[in-house]
Design a protein around this ligand. Sequence first.
Ligand SMILES: Nc1nc2c(ncn2[C@@H]2O[C@H](COP(=O)(O)OP(=O)(O)OP(=O)(O)O)[C@@H](O)[C@H]2O)c(=O)[nH]1
Ligand SMILES: [Mg+2]
Length: 401
Amino acid sequence: MAETNFVDYVKIYCRSGKGGRGSMHLHRAKYQPNGGPDGGDGGRGGHVYLRGNHNFWTLLHLRYERHVFAGHGGNGAKCCSHGADGEDRYIDVPPGTVAYNAETGKYICDVAEDGQVVMLLRGGRGGLGNFQFRTATNQAPRYAQPGEPMQEMMVVLELKLLADVGLVGFPNAGKSTLVSSLSAARPKIAGYPFTTMEPSLGVVSYREGKSFVMADIPGIIEGASEGRGLGLRFLRHIERNSLLLFMVPADSDHIAREYHILLRELEKFNPAMLDKHRVLAVTKCDLIDDELKEMLKEELPTDLPVIYISAVTGDGLTQLKDMLWEELNSESNKLQSVSEGGALVHRDRDIHLLQKDFADWQLDDISEGDADFDEPDFDDFDEDQDAQEPEIYDLADLEVR
Ligand SMILES: Nc1nc2c(ncn2[C@@H]2O[C@H](COP(=O)(O)OP(=O)(O)OP(=O)(O)O)[C@@H](O)[C@H]2O)c(=O)[nH]1
Ligand SMILES: [Mg+2]
């Protein structure tokens, strides 16, 4: 199968820069043999940031850029010269990206808006030069500080699409057909299960130029939480939505039972999904007559609004739009609008699942084709260091002396 361009899940290795070391230097010049300490401070190491950028739709650009290294800070030098700060690195991600620590599964941050910048790893601080340590009683300190070490982390970035309404249903429920009839999106539609393999968005226009976004995701089957079908991986794309539209075909055996199976699978994925507003659409109602519709009414769930629709004949689509718009704008839903991040509760990822997802991703890969990863020895890190190799101490040691 051709590889898809929709990449919503990547693992990258990030490393901030280490701080440059402070210089230990004593000034000497003509007629000034004991010029005093003049060793400058080291520069700070570069930070690694995540930055929301709406020009990106997926994480495809990060698929082949798996290592992000910020620059190291330059060392301090004589004449109180401050070392250069290391270059910061920005990882551009589409708004809606969430970062997790790949080794522990812990949630780190959420980049929900364009231009939002979040620091992922802090660069090491530069060490102080001996100029900073001069005192009345020690006028020629022969020590300087080393820079702080860098930080490194394996990060998993997950894209959670930003949409208002998420479609939930078994395969073949008619989800893609609904999106294509309500919006200009043209997802693939066919009469076999799992036609939709990757999520897509459609903008539904409503009255008076208003619109909302609908997310079509692959179908869910019973046991998806244990990995059946395409699993529940795609559910993260509707985690952020404030409204869920459940879709059950009219010709299914028992509508309420199917609805409860879907609900249970959502709960296993993230119990917070059940806090969202829900609407149930009984699809393909052109297949049944009015008499059967009346009979079916008895077996419908009663805890949410239900509507009969047919994407083929167009029955009920206007009422569905009205209903969705009303639910989206209801007072209780406004309290947890997407922009406020209230509709999403981030849970730490199960570390075993993360490891399984990236089983083929080895840390050894880093050494291949990445010369920078061979860590330079601290001493040959800066060649233009003063000719006289300084003795380096940590501040903690200094207090003991
Ligand atoms: N009669 C009738 N058939 C429909 C209707 N909506 C969809 N279908 C048919 O149902 C089949 C499945 O439709 P899809 O839209 O691909 O279903 P899906 O829920 O996106 O399925 P997956 O992508 O596999 O999860 C197609 O053959 C559609 O033509 C409807 O309102 N009436
Ligand atoms: Mg589909």
